[in-house]
Design a protein around this ligand. Structure first.
Ligand code: NAD
Ligand code: DAU
Length: 349
């Protein structure tokens, strides 16, 4: 394989995947295609931007004509598809952007592969998806690759739809594919609309930490570089047509997670113990808020030998340190358009 297209490589997970592939695979030419929405940020990639095996191209996967031309221009052998609208709350406010990028954009990519790949041998379309397609768990059980799809938000329904389309193109047109469905990621470069970076930013500025409902919802958290490692392994060794679940075996109720984060922040900021916890504010619940996600990742562990490398305390401490060292990054992306979105959601806290 010589030319790899990464879509959404300027986003949170995509930038970690792009870095891993560029630095770890000098034999691969990496094209990063991203339309640079509010969530895309080329600052995430300054350390690799001058590498000879890396190239950034600004473009929108929803633009069918552009995508066809793009595939006619570059000899793409493999795709790791991460470009998406990714925030559940935004999907509740504006579902259409999610239908366009996550469904239509994915189909445009699949069509471009289908039209340009005359010979399927040596080609691969790797679709990055989410555990949210499986719906919501009660207090017991784990999502496996066999769990029936039951998406419950516009975001998860759009991702479920794209997963089905990827499998349909595999079965109908013979496109070689792999898919992975991962749990909640956290780590450096995550846009501060998601729980962990939002809370870090608010604690830093002594603003309230909005907790939806009673904070009893459970998520399974995975450090982003562990996810990028899993993606690299699946890309290289995953079996054609197969799906892999990826999780951290690391379930936390939101309120307990935030209490841990508050303790770490108090320590790092040398504040009196309990200062950050005092900022916790229970707010109106998210509409249709899924109670619990938890992943059984035994397939990827058994078949590919992957497992998370960091404990949550280690990963969270690293994450807090990164955000404290990169306050300029945070300040720049939380000004302007994002600030008005945030104030709209939560009021000017
Ligand atoms: P993100 O929102 O941080 O980044 C998305 C990137 O896609 C941005 O760089 C954005 O500019 C780009 N993009 C959006 N629309 C585009 C378009 N029409 N054309 C080209 N580029 C476009 O997202 P993320 O959190 O890094 O998630 C990446 C992928 O991983 C998504 O597919 C998401 O569903 C999936 N995923 C995320 C998580 C998580 O916890 N963040 C967990 C499991 C799966
Ligand atoms: O499970 C994988 C998914 O994880 C990914 O597919 C999504 O792209 C990603 O955004 C994430 O979705 P969540 O909705 O779980 O993540 P978020 O950080 O938005 O919320 C985590 C939990 O915290 C959830 O139960 C809602 C709650 N929450 C979130 C925010 C932003 C709050 O209580 N307060 C908040 O301000």
């Amino acid at each position: 394989m010589t030319t790899l297209l990464i879509t959404g490589g300027a986003g949170f997970i995509g930038s970690h995947v792009a870095r891993k592939m560029v630095l770890g695979h000098p034999e691969i030419h990496v094209l990063n295609l991203d339309s640079l929405t509010y969530a895309g940020n080329l600052e995430n990639l300054t350390d690799i931007e001058n590498r000879s095996n890396y190239q950034f191209i600004k473009g929108d996967i929803v633009d069918e004509a552009f995508m066809e031309k793009f595939f006619a221009t570059y000899p793409i052998d493999g795709v790791i598809h991460l470009a998406a609208e990714s925030h559940v709350d935004r999907s509740i406010a504006n579902p259409m952007a999610f239908i366009n990028t996550n469904i239509v954009g994915t189909v445009n990519l699949l069509n471009a592969c289908r039209n340009s790949w005359k010979e399927m041998k040596g080609k691969l379309f790797y679709h990055i998806s989410t555990d949210e397609v499986y719906g919501s768990l009660g207090s017991e059980g784990l999502f496996t690759e066999e769990t029936a799809y039951d998406p419950r938000s516009p975001y998860s329904a759009s991702k479920a739809s794209s997963d089905h389309l990827v499998r349909a193109y595999h079965h109908t047109y013979g496109i070689p594919v792999v898919l992975s469905n991962c749990s909640n990621n956290y780590g450096p470069n995550q846009f501060p609309e998601k729980l962990i970076p939002l809370a870090i930013n608010n604690i830093l500025h002594m603003k309230s930490i909005p907790i939806y409902g009673k904070g009893e919802n459970v998520r399974d958290w995975l450090y982003v570089e562990d996810h990028a490692e899993a993606i690299e392994q699946i890309f290289q060794n995953g079996i054609n047509g197969r799906t892999y679940n990826i999780g951290g075996l690391n379930e936390w109720q939101n309120i307990e997670l935030i209490r841990l984060l508050c303790r770490i922040m108090d320590e790092k900021l040398e504040r009196t113990s309990g200062t950050s916890e005092g900022l916790i504010t229970f707010v109106k619940d998210r509409a249709g808020h899924d109670l619990r996600y938890a992943i059984d990742s035994s397939r990827i562990e058994d078949e590919l030998g992957w497992k998370p490398s960091l404990t949550f305390e280690q990963g969270l401490t690293r994450t807090v340190e990164w955000y404290l060292e990169n306050q300029e990054w945070m300040r720049r992306i939380t000004s302007g358009a994002y600030q008005s979105y945030y104030n709209n959601q939560y009021g000017d806290r």
